[in-house]
Design a protein around this ligand. Structure first.
Ligand code: ADP
Length: 240
């Protein structure tokens, strides 16, 4: 296959879109983060740990992790109903199950931690970008975690394996493979596949998504380091 193959947005098959993660972007939440990944623009906010209500729901050996993934009506080119769709309810569960594997919930029995994800602008691969932002928001809230969680997608379009699937590629492509991992523990916490891939293609796609995830992990760390740096500057100013 020719080296010149370019995707609809001009990317090479193994090229990510541009990305930027910022932590601590909201004043009132206990923790927050924002991710820009191509035209995706997603904000995650965390409240907790806090006493859980209603009481009959509490778990006596660990905290409950609540997660809401929501797309704003203006996140898509045609107005989306603000009401949570079946897809959003499903994605909330999928994202919770990925994050739950990293958060040390046993430290907070009978309490709950809320994660709110707002997709301000959607452009494909929002579930993995949401996980990436939510993990930073959890860390920003000081929630103990075994590791960060970071997600990336790969897919197939016109017979080519590609990384970081955009909206057009998601709709027109032959397959989509979103994954999320705990990067230091080297554990997969989310693996979904839509479409068909051969074993070889799956391996290639998985490796590409993994590489993408490790790049985003570096950006997560940079975002968290910037928050610490800003805190140190502010503390220094207080002492002066
Ligand atoms: P993911 O965002 O994780 O890839 P999907 O595969 O379900 O999840 O969605 C692919 C893309 O389709 C989304 O990222 C978004 O850009 C677009 N999309 C999802 N839901 C809607 C909707 N209700 N209206 C228009 N576009 C949508």
């Amino acid at each position: 296959m020719s080296e010149e193959f370019r995707r609809v947005d001009g990317r090479k098959p193994d090229e990510m879109r541009s990305y930027k993660i910022k932590a601590h972007v909201l004043k009132n939440a206990d923790g927050s983060a924002e991710i820009r990944l191509g035209k995706n623009w997603i904000v995650a906010a965390v409240y907790g740990p806090k006493e859980h209500f209603p009481k009959f729901e509490v778990l006596h050996d660990r905290a409950i992790l609540n997660c809401r993934y929501h797309m704003t009506p203006y996140s898509t080119s045609e107005r989306k109903s603000p009401k949570p769709s079946r897809r959003e309810i499903e994605l909330s569960k999928v994202i919770r199950s990925a994050l739950e594997q990293a958060v040390i919930l046993e430290e907070y029995p009978e309490m709950s931690i809320d994660v709110f994800i707002e997709v301000l602008q959607a452009d494909g691969s929002t579930r993995v970008a949401s996980i990436t932002a939510a993990a930073v928001a959890l860390a920003d809230a000081g929630i103990p975690m075994k590791d960060l969680v970071v997600g990336c997608s790969a897919g197939k379009i016109n017979g080519r394996i590609i990384v970081d699937v955009g909206e057009y590629e998601d709709k027109e492509g032959e397959a989509d493979l979103p994954i999320a991992i705990m990067p230091n523990l080297r554990r997969v916490v989310l693996l979904q596949m839509d479409g068909k891939l051969t074993h070889e293609e799956f391996k290639k796609a998985f490796d590409m998504a993994l590489k993408g995830a490790y790049k985003l992990y570096e950006e997560q760390i940079n975002a968290l380091k910037s928050v610490i740096k800003n805190m140190e500057v502010l503390e220094g100013e207080d002492r002066e």
